[in-house]
Design a protein around this ligand. Sequence first.
Ligand code: HEC
Length: 243
Amino acid sequence: MFGLHYNLERSAIGLVVFIVLVASIGGLIEIAPLFTIDETVEKAPDMRVYTPLEVAGRNIYIREGCYACHSQMIRTLRDEVERYGPYSLAVESSYDHPQLWGSKRTGPDLARLGNKYSDAWHTVHLTNPRDVVRESKMPAYRWLLRDTLRTDDLSNHLTALRTVGVPYTDEQIANAALDAYGQANPETEAADSVAERYGAETNIRMFDGVTDRLTDMDALVAYLQVLGNLTDAAHQPNQPEAE
Ligand code: HEC
């Protein structure tokens, strides 16, 4: 053992080769699972893409740093499955660029938040969490209801997502701003075309109760309400359900 070391240290090239060999073991262990990525990621034919309004909401979620306190990944541990629902599957994050799994839970996991609360609850909670959860220490985000949502750049956001593999069509990209408006304004023609382009399951409603314009709140609530609902894959019979 020490003889080998002694000899290695006297041969510069041998030492370098040995160091590279040893150092690459960790790298290989990290890289090897990616060779089977196609079999690892589940199939989800029903997977739908985020609408432009939801993409805008996701960007606000990132901007406000919600991921610093909330994870979006339910682990396979029993207590997590019982608390939050079926554990997260890889395919559920496949349109998330960047992923928002997070690494810290000051607040609860949000991976299956969609439809848990009403839009009105979210609007009140985000404006001042203490109004609905008395002991909450989540910050208040009062400006979300005040600030008008920027939509003129949404086509660019969709284009960027398509570049990294999200299957947006040309039509969806071209109509991004109109679709954002339509999703929060039911009873308009624009709302009908959102359902056509993104499917009948899309949540089309006024999310924040502000009637005269789109706000950042509309977008963020639309995003929160779709969390865990892009695909049904995790609820299929071969996946574990909380008892
Ligand atoms: C400083 C940490 C912190 C930050 C930042 C934060 N939250 Fe929270 N959040 C909490 C805590 C703690 C709770 C639990 C108490 C409550 O419900 O208010 C919570 C609860 C929630 C809930 C209710 C979840 C459930 O299942 O009951 C939602 C939804 C939520 N937060 C969304 C957000 C969003 C969206 C943002 C960013 C705009 C955000 N949070 C930022 C700490 C945080």
